[in-house]
Write a protein that binds this ligand. Structure first.
Ligand code: F6P
Length: 548
């Protein structure tokens, strides 16, 4: 198949951007009173208002046409049918099976995977009950108080983000910590105040080969053994989550204490698997199931809803509209909810590791933009930092605003103030302020004419800056599950449109390989491999500094 940007559907959108880019978004609302009502969707407890976008009815229909050209419906079908759509790794992509609460059979190589999924869920439930009830005892016979998850990338970001997001459901009796960085500081600082006799480690690694995780796991075991002086303590203080029983066993963890998952679960899509064990420990197994149920509701919406009314599809197409036709290079995720503060970091891996690709599924280099840089901070903090650039800078930065109607921590009018800012920012970004409006405001405020003339251009806001508003009644395990699944499917939609494989990650390999060679050199204190002059000089300086 030819590249998507060679198709008539793409060319039509290119031309259409030329017609739409100069339209003021406020005029779209003025000329169409029903716009806000029409451009909204609901699914999985989430309400999406996407009316504050630079899109017309024609844009919508051209984007949907592009989706049809890319056979998006066919790809959604292939995803849910368990086909090997991760073609470079020859794997199915079945995070949707992990939260398939209908238990509808999902076949991989002719075998239903649901019994496997349910068996691991049952084991997680029993284990969580033992730990949370205090029945699971450490080497001195005490219950566990601290869980330390050791993992990185998808084996860290997902469970960490969810545990943070569901902070309102946790308890101080069982505290969950996350160690990911190979920088020893991370482990040292995390363990500083913990009692080895009451600490349980989860070593979470799909491959069980990741350097950072294995290094931290070994050091954690040393820490435990230094206190227990008994190798038998490892069985009481270490459990593993992995796809490799062999490597878990080689590390010294009894496979009785291992929770498995499968190669058809991508690392960055794995929080729904046993990788979610810290979540279930932190908030309870039933709440973990509610998280799965929320994701399942979004899966069902995505699987069965026509493209035009399909929330992940609509969001994916809008993102592509700005990236490929409007020249946007980034996408801001702005949760107006302190509990969601790690969502942008989580989505950075989800989106950028998935769609940061430069060749199609067939290996042809693309000459159009693929995955954007994803970034963001919670509101209102971001407003006092980088919002200036979104309002008046020269780049187009599409942004998602995410908030809840009710807070878990209602206190005075904090929540009203928080959400007043959410709504005000999206309104300001859409409306902007014309120079005439700026002048009129200053005149009313008694600013002298000369000064007003000077300031008018600075106080002008171009407006027409696109935002999506996602609102939920409350941030619960269910709505969070739906929200995460929404973004997962949005990523998939865009990957399909760009013709790339969103489920491999070859781009992380080269650095890993080189680091292996350099580590040997640093250990030996001698640079012997072939390096560019800059890297060689840096290595030599480092080695000199270490030996001084
Ligand atoms: O290096 C990237 C990566 O492979 C991610 O895709 C993955 O989530 C992470 O490393 C951790 O991998 P593992 O779970 O196998 O330790």
């Amino acid at each position: 198949m030819s590249l998507i940007n060679q198709t008539p559907a793409w060319k039509a959108l290119e031309q259409h951007w030329g017609q739409v880019k100069g339209i003021a978004m406020r005029d779209l609302f003025a000329s169409d009173p029903g716009r806000a009502q029409r451009l909204r969707l609901s699914a999985g407890g989430l309400d999406l208002d996407y009316s504050k976008n630079l899109i017309t009815e024609q844009t919508r229909s051209l984007l949907l046409n592009l989706a049809e050209t890319a056979d998006l419906s066919g790809w959604i079908g292939r995803l849910f049918a368990g086909e090997s759509i991760n073609n470079t790794e020859q794997r199915a992509v079945l995070h949707i099976a992990l939260r398939n609460r209908s238990n509808r059979p999902i076949l991989v190589d002719g075998r239903d995977v649901m019994p496997l999924v349910n068996e691991v869920l049952d084991r997680m439930e029993s284990f969580v009950a033992l730990v949370r009830s205090g029945e699971w005892r450490g080497f001195q016979g005490q219950p566990i108080r601290d869980i330390v998850n050791i993992g990185i990338g998808g084996s860290n970001l997902g469970p960490k983000m969810v545990c943070t997001a569901l902070g309102a459901y946790g308890s101080d009796e069982l505290r969950v910590h996350f160690v990911s960085n190979v920088d020893g500081t991370h482990l040292v600082e995390t363990l500083r105040d913990l009692d080895p006799a009451r600490t349980l480690f989860i070593v979470a690694s799909k491959t069980f080969t990741t350097q950072e995780t294995m290094t931290n796991a070994n050091s954690a075991r040393d820490w435990l053994l230094a206190a227990s002086r008994d190798p038998a303590a490892v069985a009481k203080h270490f459990v593993a989550v992995s796809t490799s029983a062999e490597r878990v066993s080689a590390f010294g963890i009894d496979t009785q204490n291992m929770f498995g998952f499968w190669d058809w679960v991508g690392g960055r899509y794995s929080l729904w698997s046993a990788i979610g064990l810290p979540i279930a420990l932190a908030v309870g197994y039933d709440r973990f199931v509610e998280l799965l149920e929320g994701a399942f509701a979004m899966d069902e919406h995505f699987r069965t809803t026509p493209l035009a009314e399909n929330m992940p599809v609509v969001l994916g197409l809008i993102g592509l509209w700005y990236a490929n036709f409007g020249g946007a290079r980034t996408h801001a995720v702005l949760p107006y909810d302190q509990y969601l503060r790690l969502l942008p970091a989580y989505l950075q891996q989800g989106d950028m590791e998935s769609n940061g690709k430069g060749v199609t599924r067939g290996g042809v280099a693309v000459d159009y933009t693929t995955g954007p840089v994803v970034w963001g901070e919670p509101g209102t903090d971001g407003q006092h930092a980088f919002f200036q650039l979104i309002h008046q800078g020269t780049q187009l930065i599409p942004a998602d605003f995410i908030g809840a109607i009710r807070s878990h921590n209602e206190m005075g009018d904090h929540h009203l103030k928080l959400m007043a800012n959410f709504f005000a920012q999206t309104e300001a970004l859409m409306r902007g302020r014309t120079t005439e409006e700026a002048l009129a405001e200053m005149s009313e405020a008694g600013v002298p004419e000369e000064r007003a003339q000077l300031l008018a251009r600075h106080r002008t806001f171009p407006g027409s800056r696109p935002t999506n508003s996602i609102l939920m009644e409350r941030l619960t395990p269910y709505t969070l599950g739906a929200l995460i699944a929404l973004y997962e499917h949005r990523i998939f939609v865009q990957g399909v449109l760009w013709g790339i494989n969103s489920f491999d990650q070859w781009g992380v390999e080269l650095g890993k390989q080189l680091a292996g060679v350099i580590l040997d050199e640093l250990r030996e204190g001698r640079v012997w491999a072939d390096h560019d002059p800059s890297t060689r000089a840096l290595l030599e300086a480092f080695i000199r500094g270490r030996s001084a």
